[in-house]
Design a protein around this ligand. Structure first.
Ligand SMILES: C[S@@+](CC[C@H](N)C(=O)[O-])C[C@H]1O[C@@H](n2cnc3c(N)ncnc32)[C@H](O)[C@@H]1O
Length: 203
């Protein structure tokens, strides 16, 4: 049961999609061209959850969709998610189902383990206790920071992060960490974080 889990042992990934649609009117045949780059977020979900033979159950992934009149949040909970497959199309179809239901300020489940509500980055951070990490190219090398632990890891999309989001993360005392000297895709950063946590047996 979700409420029995230790929040400090969780791995929570938050990805901000600055153009990602908040309505289901995009084409599964052309996800990058019609959804506001939801393909990036689908790949992040893949990296957050998939093992070679199985799913990481101790992970949650939150998407902040900002490409609409009112921002929306999508939550994928590894403990209860069903119907998730490694391909982007299946993931985008699940997101589309979530966007098709009427959303309010409370989380509403669209399919098992996937929920949606109105809101933005401040709201999702309010709901995530524990250590906050902000992944940024020029952050402190995570291997020099000492072992990282389970917590919340926030990433940008192809547009990075806005000034307002930067300030918000700063005000929440986020630790700014880097996974290496090169600018990588957000989904690849998630894999590297998972690997670091696996190696130290955290989360
Ligand atoms: C494709 S990058 C963003 C590139 C964007 N043009 C920019 O300048 O911010 C997507 C996200 O991945 C994360 N990221 C990329 N490379 C990273 C690195 N070396 N260390 C930590 N995070 C990184 C950041 O969260 C970034 O917002």
């Amino acid at each position: 049961m979700g409420w029995l889990r230790d929040p400090l042992a969780m791995r929570d990934f938050v990805v901000v999609g600055h153009l990602a649609k908040t309505t289901p009117d995009f084409l599964l045949e052309d996800i990058p061209g019609t959804s506001g780059r939801m393909d990036i977020l689908c790949r992040c979900i893949n990296s957050a959850f998939f093992l070679s033979h199985g799913l990481r159950r101790d992970v949650r992934c939150f998407l902040v969709l900002k490409g609409g009149e009112n921002s929306k949040l999508i939550r994928i909970d590894g403990e209860s998610v069903r119907h998730l497959n490694p391909d982007e199309r299946t993931t985008a179809a699940l997101i589309r189902k979530a966007l098709a239901i009427e959303s309010g300020s409370e989380w509403t489940q669209s399919t098992p383990g996937i929920s949606v509500c109105l809101g933005g980055l401040p709201k999702v951070l309010d709901q995530l206790p524990g250590i906050l990490y902000y992944l940024r190219e020029d952050g402190a090398d995570l291997r020099l920071e000492g072992p990282i632990s389970g917590g919340t890891f926030v990433l940008g999309d192809h547009l990075g992060m806005t000034e307002a989001e930067e300030q918000l993360l700063q005000s929440r005392k986020a630790r700014v960490i880097s996974v290496g000297p090169l600018s990588l895709h957000a989904d690849h950063c998630i894999i590297l974080i998972q690997s670091e946590l696996d190696r130290v047996g955290q989360g």
